[in-house]
Design a protein around this ligand. Sequence first.
Ligand SMILES: [Zn+2]
Length: 168
Amino acid sequence: MSQLDAFLAGERHDDVALYLTEDYLDSQGKLPKMGEAVESGYVLVVPGDDGRRAFAAGTGMDAMEFARGAMESQGHISRDLDGGECPEADATDGDSGEDADGDHAVEFIFAFSEAQNEEVGGLYARGAVVHAYAHCACGASYSDKWVVGEETETGVQPGESEPAEGAE
Ligand SMILES: [Zn+2]
């Protein structure tokens, strides 16, 4: 099992996952290409502190500050952490053509997971939760979160703008 698979399975709560596209890394030139190569980018699963440092080095932003900002809007983020659907894409591209993806491609994703917590209730009582935050090429940021093992029943589903489980 790769580190990413273990992270996505909710087995690495002390780690964070970073996804950076090849284009973004090329344009930034600050980070070596590292982590596991996935389609069009790299995913890195590392201990929290290292991850936050790498995130700051790669993006020039503080990871937790970025996450707080991204929390304000919701959009689908790929359960493999290698893409997403920018909520601004619908708003601005009424006649969305084939190039909508080009304008609203994900540049990077930051994610962490939390262990199941019955006391918190809601999603957290159902299982481990993955929190993901994405930054779009258009400048928008958005977030998604889902229960491990219920990836298609929780969080924002493809083509949707609200979490499947509703507001809890
Ligand atoms: Zn966008």
